[in-house]
Design a protein around this ligand. Structure first.
Ligand code: ADP
Ligand code: MG
Length: 238
């Protein structure tokens, strides 16, 4: 795992300025949540980190390595999206191991790493099932398994729980938190849900209209919101 450094990254689509120069230092092993209203630029920032969109300006470092111009597959990060499409015709074992197989990892090593990931996520009993025979929560754990089996330097998660019902969402928050404690991988997590942000983050980045309004630990944010927008957004007494 590694630290992530976002240095003066901006993004425009034609004349539309979506991210103003955006700088953020994320520590090794930190769980940082980007939160803000719909359209504020969260997904755009995550796509730029992943290499799925080019930045208009600025630089990105993962560990000591500048990755600004590297393809997604060369950045050593794993993404978990809201629409975690599992391959319906493959078993859980094959789904988790798919990325390693594509990379040409040998079968014994794939099996070993899939078994480790399955143990961490407690999906070992379902390894031979197909996705249709899993619950929503089990599927989401398999999606996480596909990310952790690659042993990336960092995880990027874009609203990974927003397709789940309210009860499961609360459970999965706790599970992702526990997973992070166990494997400690640097994580950038995007949500529009302030409760999710405040319960999961080491530090929260509050965004509005492509601008960072405040970066702080949840208790600091609650006790000392930088402005009325932040106070209103997180429901602090201000
Ligand atoms: P969020 O994830 O916070 O809801 P996004 O990062 O998806 O916000 O979008 C930020 C802004 O950028 C929005 O105004 C959105 O309409 C715009 N946007 C996103 N992708 C594109 C694109 N490919 N072309 C033009 N505008 C886009
Ligand atoms: Mg989004």
């Amino acid at each position: 795992m590694a630290n992530i450094s976002i240095r003066n990254v901006s993004k425009s689509y034609g004349a539309l300025n979506v991210l103003r120069p955006f700088s953020l230092e994320i520590e090794n092993g930190e769980f940082v949540v980007l939160v803000g209203p719909s359209g504020c630029g969260k997904s755009t920032m995550l796509k730029i980190l992943a290499g799925l969109e080019p930045a208009t300006e600025g630089q990105i470092f993962i560990g000591d390595r500048e990755v600004t111009d590297l393809a997604p597959g060369d950045r050593d990060i794993a993404m978990v999206f809201q629409n975690y499409a599992l391959y319906p015709h493959l078993t859980v074992r094959q789904n988790i191991g798919f990325g390693l197989k594509m990379r040409g990892t040998d079968k014994t090593e794939i099996d070993r790493r899939v078994d480790d990931a399955a143990r961490i996520l407690e999906v070992t009993p379902y390894l031979d099932r197909k996705p249709k025979d899993l619950s929503g929560g089990q599927r989401q754990r398999v999606a996480l398994g596909r990310a952790i089996v690659r042993q990336p330097q960092a995880f990027l998660m874009d609203e990974p729980l927003s397709n789940l019902d309210a009860k499961l969402r609360v459970n999965m928050r706790a599970e992702i938190g526990a997973l992070h404690k166990r494997i400690g991988v640097t994580t950038v997590y995007v949500t529009h849900d302030q409760v999710e942000a405040m319960t999961m983050a080491d530090r929260v980045v509050i965004m509005q209209g492509g601008i960072i309004q405040q970066i702080a630990a949840p208790d600091e944010l609650f006790n000392n919101p930088a402005n009325l927008f932040v106070a209103g957004f997180i429901g602090s007494p201000g």
